[in-house]
Write a protein that binds this ligand. Sequence first.
Ligand code: ATP
Ligand code: FE
Length: 372
Amino acid sequence: SIILGIETSCDDTAAAVVRGDGVILSQVVSSQADLLERYGGVDPKMAGEAHSLVIDQVVEQAIQNANLTENSLSAVSVTIGPGLSLCLRVGVRKARSVAGKFGLPIIGIHHMEAHALIARIFERDLHFPFLVLLVSGGHNLIIVARDLGHYIQLGTTIDDAIGEAYDKTARLLGLDLRNGGGPALEQLALEGDAYAIKFSIPMKQYKDCNFSYAGLKTQTKKAIEKMNVNIDNCPISQADSKERKSRADIAASFQRVAVLHLEDRVERAIEWTMDIEPSIKHLVISGGVASNQYVRERLDLIANKKHLQLICPPPSLCTDNGVMVAWTGIEHFCLGRFEPPPPANEPEDYMLDLRPRWPLGEEYIRGRSDAP
Ligand code: ATP
Ligand code: FE
């Protein structure tokens, strides 16, 4: 099979064509990072319009670059949630119009399932069940993937996701956000002392697998305010070496504690998983933050300690992309999970099946005896 995948759930417009054996025939991503930098966050209406402007071009390019012969596509898969509905609808409309035109089945994809399953495209030994840490701009999840479409959620964030904390901190530190706040902060942290500032590790007293990043965000904000510089008038490119060093210290200290929180939760999640699926051999990390080198190194230590193999997709497949949507489509398609082709020239007001809020699997409730 050959599947076209389309992704528009957040701020990247992406499409890719992937073959059943995992060969990536094409991939195109158009990012709105420059918009984000100017407006300081995703405005749903503007993000939706930005997707509309480029969607045709991104999808046509993906189809063209794949060098497909006539009628060689088997299906179209598209992210239907979770995400902003004004964004999701742009991708779903396009997917339905391509599928309608060529008479192809449609597969609706869960964005976070796609982040998790992309690991299987290049790691052929990654069989179910396995444990997954999903760390991105909007999610912080620990999931046991028992089987295709069957997930158990061990933990989630009670406020913000780690990617958002990276983005906010990068902005407060006056970093260049054009390639995303996370990568900029990771770079600056290399120059800093990770023990310079003593941030406290979130939720230490709660013996569960949930996350919280709002408190760390506030602590970091206070530390930055204490530096007493007007960041608006002093982007990092204009900071002198002393000023640059103190910002790097904050970045490194933030990163150390943000990731310690991940380590802490993942270690417990591995222990919990031994009760549910004692045969697991792999820990997968994915989502934008999983492209962070420090995150990878620290979680590799945890995995080793617990005798699991860490698997992380290449950085370009950790952040939003069309390949993960196409690949997850292939996984479902192979099991016969798809919808029949939509009619050609479907009316504009057709009610789309969008799922802006869509939990990935059921929540795991741990026995009372282990409650804090
Ligand atoms: P979600 O997947 O939850 O819907 P999203 O799709 O916006 O959110 P992704 O594209 O998966 O998120 O990831 C983007 C996030 O990853 C951003 O918050 C970004 O700062 C963060 N990120 C990307 N690279 C790095 C890095 N090297 N270090 C830390 N964070 C990073
Ligand atoms: Fe994402």
